[in-house]
Design a protein around this ligand. Structure first.
Ligand code: SF4
Length: 198
């Protein structure tokens, strides 16, 4: 369990790195060896994000997602969960709940990626904590699939899983715990840490 009095905060990007390979966190934070590499996922920033936002139909967001108002580029800091990070949008829905909206430079491939789901759950947790509001779903916009917006249902199990992933990342950083390698061996081939890891 995380130490609630600790001042250690991790970012949503750290969690994404952890999901790619838990050992990244150990090498980055315990041995202080930077990756010197592109991240393993593309983050839409500035103009790209603005352009993507313009392409999503506003009426669709208002009517289909029942969105009454939204805040954009919200930097969230959750003291409770020890996580911080910027979410592309927070949607406030007509049922009184809120939902994160995340723009991905990716195609939709018939299923929500595990990483996208946990990222949505993590933003959802932070929104619930920071705004003191219920979160029951998130949305992901796939900019390379004609800006298709998919709903990610979020329940207790998803939030519990997100909390346990955060706990795992904090345990590596705070206790210097050396985690198991990724199960996907193909990821080791081009890895910056390959020489010191395997
Ligand atoms: S070599 Fe493989 S297990 Fe080690 S850090 Fe890289 S991806 Fe992870």
């Amino acid at each position: 369990m995380m130490d609630p009095g600790s001042d250690t905060f991790i970012t949503v990007s750290d969690v994404m790195e952890y999901l790619f390979c838990p050992r990244f966190i150990y090498f980055m934070y315990c041995l202080m060896i930077p990756q010197h590499e592109e991240r393993h996922y593309k983050v839409l920033k500035g103009r790209e994000l603005h352009a993507a936002r313009e392409k999503v139909n506003r009426n669709y967001i208002r009517k289909k997602l029942q969105c009454e108002r939204k805040e954009i580029a919200v930097y969230l800091v959750s003291r409770r969960y020890h996580v911080k990070g910027e979410v592309d949008e927070v949607l406030f829905l007509s049922d009184g709940t809120a939902a994160p909206m995340d723009y991905k430079f990716a195609e939709y491939r018939d299923t929500i990626f595990r990483t996208h789901k946990y990222q949505s759950a993590l933003y959802g947790l932070m929104i619930a904590d920071c705004y003191d509001i219920a979160v029951k779903r998130g949305f992901v916009c796939y900019t390379r699939s004609n800006h298709l917006v998919k709903e990610v249902p979020l329940g207790d199990k998803d939030f519990e899983r997100a909390i346990s992933i955060v706990d795992n990342v904090l345990t590596i950083i705070q206790k210097g715990f050396f985690p198991a390698p990724t199960r996907y061996k193909a990821r080791c081939i081009d890895c910056a840490y390959r020489n010191i890891c395997v």
